[in-house]
Structures are given as structure tokens and as C-alpha cells.
Design a protein around this ligand. Structure first.
Ligand code: CA
Length: 230
């Protein structure tokens, strides 16, 4: 796999230096920016493959940077946030971020997120026109509307099927409750989020009953769900 060019947008020089040293030690190509304005401009002129973006920037909110970048590019954005407040992560994900890391994070965690993003990029470059989705023992035949788990057909309700397809189409990406309910029900009331929890619980039970070792869907408490690429 080619090493991607990573743009690091972080105003705190100690964190920026730590990330830079980690990327360098792992032979990644990278560029850095210390403000939101500089980050957005580097994103436009250097076309990075992945953006690591701090949310708390001196000149503008990181969420604004995401909105600007999303105006012209689908570059994966991993948000780095010191804030433990879920609303910031949710705002970033809803604005188009792909994943998040909460400070303090370990170097291993950072590298794991970058590798997961690289795998997702490689996958989406190959699979965009495919009518069959496969992940571990899970197979979705979109044309037939059938789902198989370890070769056995799974019987899903229409809402469970819609949820599974939405997660599969965004495999590797954290989807917020709001994003999911808007796509499945077309609305986002508190009742929809309560229903989502129930449907997700039954879907997970069906997916994980056959082989409890494999966990296809991760819960991000207070934020949303992600299908893991196995
Ligand atoms: Ca900061």
C-alpha cells in the first residue's frame, strides 16, 4: 500500500510535533498547519490523502474547516479533539468528518486510525460499482436484496436491511444517530433515536448470534454506530 500524504492541522506545537515524529518514524509523508485558515489552504493546494484535524483552533472552529473542505473534496478527515463533549464530535461527524480521536491518545491508536482509513480508501476505490458487498462472513446482494452470514441467509426486517446497507455503504466510518435516522426514517426526533437503538440491538443480535467472535457493528455511546471492516 502506498504511503499517503497526511495533512496535520493542529495549533498546539507539542501535539503537532508528537504527531509529526510518529508519522516520520512510520515513513508517512506529511505536511502541517498551525491554524484553520492555513489548514484549509493546504488542503486545497496540496491535495492530501488524509487530514488529521484538531477541532479547537485559534482562528476558526475545526467544524468550519470540515465544511470548507467538504465544499470541494471527499478527503477522509480524522478529527482530533481534546473536548470530551460528544456534541463537538457529533457536529464534526455531521459536517463530514470520517472518524475521531479524543486527546490524550496513544501513538498506536493514531496509527491504527490511519491504517483503517487507508484500508477504507483502498476498498472504496475498488468497490464503488459492485452490486455485492462482502465483509468477513457477511455478504449483501443488493440486486437480490438478500443478506448472507457465513453462507446462511439472514432474515431481516426491511428497516434492519436498510440500516445494514447504510452501515455497509459507509463501512469504517462512524455514522451519527442523526445521519442514520435521517437516512432511514427521513427525520430525527428523539423517538427515532430510541427506535434506532431497538432496531440496532436486534440487527446486532442477528449478526452476532452465529459467531460471537466477530463484531460487525461498533456502538459509539452518545454518538452513533460504525460497521467495522473485518
Ligand atoms: Ca487546539
Amino acid at each position: 500500500m502506498n504511503k499517503p500524504l497526511i495533512l496535520v492541522v493542529e495549533d498546539d506545537s507539542s501535539v503537532r510535533n508528537l504527531i509529526a515524529a510518529t508519522l516520520k518514524a512510520n515513513e508517512y509523508n506529511f505536511i502541517t498547519a498551525a491554524s484553520g485558515k492555513e489548514g484549509a489552504s493546504q488542503a486545497a493546494t496540496r491535495s492530501p490523502d488524509i487530514i488529521l484535524l484538531d477541532l479547537g483552533l485559534p482562528d476558526m472552529d475545526g467544524v468550519e474547516v470540515i465544511k470548507q473542505v467538504r465544499g470541494w473534496a471527499i478527503t477522509p478527515i480524522i478529527v482530533i479533539s481534546a473536548r470530551s463533549d460528544d456534541t463537538d464530535k457529533i457536529a464534526a461527524l455531521d459536517a463530514g468528518a470520517d472518524d475521531y480521536l479524543t486527546k490524550p491518545f496513544s501513538v498506536e491508536e493514531l496509527l491504527a486510525r490511519i491504517r483503517a482509513t487507508q484500508r477504507r480508501l483502498a476498498y472504496s476505490n475498488n468497490a464503488s460499482s459492485s452490486s455485492v458487498f462482502e465483509n468477513g462472513g457477511l455478504k449483501i446482494d443488493y440486486a437480490a436484496g438478500c443478506v448472507f452470514l457465513d453462507g446462511e441467509e439472514l432474515h431481516l426486517t426491511s428497516i434492519e436491511y436498510k440500516l445494514l446497507c447504510l452501515l455497509a455503504q459507509n463501512v469504517g466510518k462512524v455514522l451519527t444517530h442523526k445521519f442514520i435516522t435521517q437516512n432511514v426514517w427521513g427525520s430525527c426526533w428523539d423517538n427515532d433515536i430510541a427506535s434506532l437503538r431497538v432496531f440496532m440491538a436486534t440487527l446486532r443480535k442477528k449478526l452476532e448470534s452465529a459467531d460471537s467472535e466477530k463484531q460487525y457493528i461498533q456502538t459509539h455511546i452518545g454518538v452513533g454506530y460504525r460497521m467495522v471492516r473485518l
